[in-house]
Design a protein around this ligand. Structure first.
Ligand code: ATP
Length: 596
């Protein structure tokens, strides 16, 4: 028999690898706190009974008895509050431990995933899983779980005490409470509500993703005079989310009315039942006290019952959150060899490589077909071709952002799948067209190229990459904050920072993707100088549309529709009068193009 996969809290525990003992201890302490906090109620009731029964002549009241219960009430309240505090601290510690372990596990896992996973999950959805779903767990474990224990214990005590005191009145109070509770619980545990809740979470993720896109695309939206309303995706997702939230509210409606009517109507059942039972009772005064106790206590039960019923919704939400986290954790990381093989030299070879972005799909379209070339150590290989021909895809296979569908990529005769990611990353450096700057200082942004590098090394790399001059002009020099929350740099400056990172890394293989795309004439000269410094003696693969930058390349591979259609040096390819010569002519025409 196959073992049933765990879900919800059980799965959360499995994922986080946390031991249940800290939380069990926290639960016990919370239960003790609830028990202790009930003692004062009992004491006050006992004192009231003593006073009321001797109301005719208070001198007959047993003051020793009254003080004993008064002190007991005080002591129990103090101890109860202390236990409640201790329980809350223990629950928070357990919650933060689970949260910490989970976040570290998720962050480590994300770093080992192929880029395809990020393409399939929009950044807003991943952000929501890591931030919202994981934070939600903290709220549940630290607050709702102790509440659950406390509520269960209180209800057990109240119900047991009611039944012991008078089982008939006990039943009259309990039945409407139980019916109300079952009604409410059924709403929260109803599979349809569960499905809607899941859709609501997905709707929230989609809305977040659209909001991120909306903010990112703000320059385009402004330039084209768009509004939220005309930016249809975000508008549709906000509306979709509102509709789901309303649909969920609709499923609660009838049950909720019944629930509150039953709970607030306990007195309607209790009062006639009490009067009826009073007739057959010998000791009317004692029964009147008991009935009074029920009339006071029974309506007070509605708060813990409501809390318990709402916990059903909390459990459901946690289950959906855990499912999202689990989905991310189930994504297959990039395979790692048991032992990393060492490269013999740094020639890069693509051996009959074919690749599809949607490998699982039945009719997968191949982005690359039978790519076969060798980039020799110490030479420059240029990848050129029309837009969409597959140049960037070739470059992205080298750091294993994706794995090849067929064939092999080798460095120094070793299949990159047989190299540990760390070794591969130390062997290959990248300067991509989209330079990402972290929200940190210029210094740390360059140092990413070689964590642990000293100030002198970082400055030397910046100087070689022609960055030092503009960095020196920044308000705090190398300590100036750049990236999302800091100073904005120009496209050319960002590219030179990326080159400085690569120079610092000093990897033997360099991949340049559109490295000169932001260049104005002055910047271009500087970038070319920086590149000359970076590329010396390395195996270089360059992707460029600006063909004049690659006309001196040792080898040019011309791609068209995912295939290498021509291969050779600039002069040879021009003489062939094929795709390359067409691209070259188009490039020269574009270069001379002026506004009429
Ligand atoms: N993440 C992706 N998922 C699915 N298909 C993709 C993805 N990235 C690229 N493609 C497709 O793969 C093909 C090759 O794209 P690629 O970006 O490698 O071309 P390119 O030659 O670098 O284009 P450009 O010069 O315009 O940057 C194109 O058909 C493109 O639509």
């Amino acid at each position: 028999m196959t073992k049933k996969a765990k879900t919800g809290l059980a799965r959360l525990w499995e994922i986080s690898g946390a031991t249940p003992w800290p939380l069990a201890a926290a639960g016990m302490v919370s239960a003790c706190a609830t028990l202790l906090l009930f003692v004062p109620y009992y004491c006050v009731y006992s004192i009231l009974v003593e006073i009321v029964s001797k109301a005719g002549d208070l001198s007959r009241a047993d003051f020793g008895y009254i003080f004993k219960y008064a002190w007991l009430a005080l002591g129990a309240a103090g101890a109860g509050l202390a236990a409640m505090y201790a329980g809350s601290v223990l629950c928070h510690r357990a919650a933060f431990k689970v949260l910490y372990d989970l976040k570290i596990k998720l962050a480590g896992h994300l770093a080992r995933l192929p880029l395809g996973v990020f393409a399939d999950h929009p950044s807003g959805a991943i952000k929501k899983t890591i931030e919202y779903n994981v934070e939600q767990l903290e709220g549940f474990i630290a607050h709702q779980l102790p509440d659950l224990i406390g509520t269960l214990v209180s209800l057990a005590i109240i119900f047991a005490y009611m039944l012991v005191l008078d089982w008939r009145l006990g039943l009259v109070s309990l039945v409407p409470i139980l019916v109300a509770f079952v009604l409410q619980w059924r709403v929260f545990t109803n599979p349809d509500t569960g499905k809607l809740m899941q859709q609501k979470q997905a709707g929230l993720a989609a809305m977040n993703a659209a909001a991120v896109e909306y903010v990112r695309g703000m320059p385009v939206i402004k330039a084209f005079g768009q509004t939220v309303k005309s930016f249809g995706i975000l508008h549709a997702r906000i509306t979709g989310y509102r509709n789901l939230a309303l649909a969920i509210t609709q499923t609660y409606k009838t049950h909720n009315i019944l629930y509150h009517t039953l709970l607030s109507g306990i007195l309607v059942f209790l009062a006639p039942a009490g009067i009826f039972l009073l007739k057959g009772t010998a000791d009317h005064t004692a029964f009147a006290f008991t009935l009074l106790f029920f009339l006071i206590l029974a309506p007070g039960v509605s708060a813990p019952v409501t809390k318990l019923a709402f916990l059903g919704a909390g459990v459901k939400m946690i289950a959906v959150g855990v499912k999202n986290i689990d989905e991310l954790l189930q994504a297959e990381p990039i395979s790692q060899p048991a032992v990393s093989q060492s490269c013999r030299g740094c020639d890069v070879a693509f051996r009959n490589v074919s690749f599809s972005y949607n490998q699982g799909a039945a009719a997968a379209t191949m982005a690359l077909k039978h790519i076969d070339f060798t980039a020799r150590q110490g030479t420059v290989t240029a990848l050129v071709g029309p837009s969409g021909s597959g140049k960037s895809t070739v470059a992205h296979l080298l750091p294993r952002f994706w794995d090849v569908t067929a064939g092999a990529v080798e460095i120094g005769g070793v299949n990159i799948k047989d190299m540990l990611t760390e070794d591969l990353m130390n062997t290959v450096s990248f300067v991509f067209q989209d330079v990402f700057l972290f929200d940190d200082t210029v210094f740390e942004n360059i140092r990413i190229g070689k964590p642990g590098a000293g100030a002198a090394q970082v400055r030397a790399a910046a100087q070689a990459a022609q960055c030092h001059e503009f960095i020196a002009r920044l308000p705090q020099g190398y300590d100036t904050k750049i990236g999302g929350g800091g100073l904005a740099l120009s496209g050319g400056e960002m590219q030179r920072i990326a080159i400085a990172r690569a120079i610092l890394r000093d990897a033997p293989v360099i991949v340049l993707d559109e490295a000169t795309s932001f260049a104005d004439p002055e910047n271009e000269v500087k970038i070319q100088k920086a590149l000359t410094e970076l590329l010396q003696g390395k195996t270089v693969i360059i992707i460029a549309h600006r063909l004049h930058t690659v006309q001196h390349a040792d080898q040019i591979c011309v791609l068209d529709q995912g295939r290498i259609v021509e291969q050779g040096k600039h002069g040879e390819l021009l003489a062939r009068q094929g795709v390359y010569s067409r691209l070259w002519r188009a490039y020269l025409d574009a270069d001379q193009w002026v506004l009429a």
